[in-house]
Ligand binder design. Sequence first.
Ligand SMILES: C[S@@+](CC[C@H](N)C(=O)[O-])C[C@H]1O[C@@H](n2cnc3c(N)ncnc32)[C@H](O)[C@@H]1O
Length: 364
Amino acid sequence: MADKQALLQRELAELAGIEPESYQLLPPVTGPQWNYRRKARLAVRLVRRKGGVLAGFREKRGSFVTDMKDCEVLVAPLAALIRPLRALLNGMAAREAIPQIEVAAGESDAGGECSQAAIVLRHMRPLGRDDLQRLSAFAVRWGLQIYLQPGGVDSVRRLYPRSGPERLHYHLPKFGLRLAFHPMDFLQVNAVVNRRAIDLVSELLDLRKHDRLLDLFCGLGNFSLPLATRCEHVTGIENSGEMVARAVENAQANGITNAGFIAADLYRKHPLALPQPPESCNRILLDPPRSGALETIPLIAASGADRVVYVSCNPESLARDARELRRRGFDLKSAGVMDMFPHTLHVESVAMFESARQRAGSLP
Ligand SMILES: C[S@@+](CC[C@H](N)C(=O)[O-])C[C@H]1O[C@@H](n2cnc3c(N)ncnc32)[C@H](O)[C@@H]1O
C-alpha cells in the first residue's frame, strides 16, 4: 500500500505540481487480501502439452494463459468453478473455438457472501447440440446462469435458465439497498472495498439534506443510489444506455425517487442537455474510466459545486485532471488510495477538491 500511496503522491507532484504537504493523505481503504474478486475475464486456450484446455488469467505481457487449478483471487464460488470448468471445456467439441469466459458472482442476501454465479462463454463458431447439453447440465450441477456470446457484446444471450430475470445482485446494507446487475455490466470488482469506498465518498462529499449531486460516469448507480439517501437529489450521467437503464431499474426497485439518470457521452465537446442547470448542483462526484475526465472540467467549472470528489483508476489521468481543476479554482484537500486489487500494481484512488471561489463566497 505504501508503494501505491507513493505513486499517487508522485504523480500529483510531478504532473500537477501539487506537493504532499498541501493536502491531507487519507488512510488507505483496504479489504480482504485474498478471494476478493467477484468479476473477471478468464482466457481459455487449448495447450495440448499441458494436457488440454487452460482457463485462467492472461499472464502479464504476452498471450500466455496462467495454468490455474485453484485461484486465490476470485471469490470462493468462482474459484471453486475453475477445475470443473476446465473439465467441462475439455469435453466440448468446440473447445478450440472458445477464447474466453467471463465469470461474475452475486450475493443472495445482505450478509455479503457471494452465492449466485454466472458465466458468459465467448464462442467463435456455433455450438453443437451435445455442447449445449453439456453446458446446461453444468449450469444445473453448479447452480449457475450460463450465457453464450457468439459475437460482439450485443450478441450475449442466456442459455440457462430459460426464464427469470437475467440479473445478479449485491447489497449495500448500510443504505438498505439491493442493486441488480447483468454479468456483462461494469461492476466494482471488490465488494468489501466498494462498500468502504461508498462510505468514504459519502463522508468526503459531506452531503446534507438540501445538497444536489451530479454523479458523472455513474454506471448502474453504485454511488448515485446510496448517496441519494443522503441528499435532496442526484443526477447520474453515463454513456451506456444499458447502464442507465440498470440505474433506473435499481432506483425503482429500491424505492428511490430523488435520482434521475441521463445517457450522454461525457467526452463530447458540445454542452450537455441537463434537466436542471448545472449551477443548481453543489456537489460533484466523478468516477471515469482510465483515460480520466479532462473533457468534463468545463462542466464542473460551470456548475455550482463547492466540493468535487474524484474516484480514479489511473493516478496519471487523475493528476492531469487535478492540474486542470486547480487552474479552474478547485484545490486538492485530501487524497488516498483504495486497495481494490491487492497484490497488483493497479492504483485506485480518491481525491476531494474544494472550490476556492465558493469558499471565499461563503465567508461572513
Ligand atoms: C469506472 S466506471 C464507474 C461506474 C460507477 N461509478 C460504479 O461505481 O459502478 C466508468 C463508467 O463510465 C462509463 N463511461 C465510459 N465512457 C464514457 C463516456 N464517454 N461518457 C459517459 N460515461 C462513460 C462507463 O460505461 C462506466 O460505467
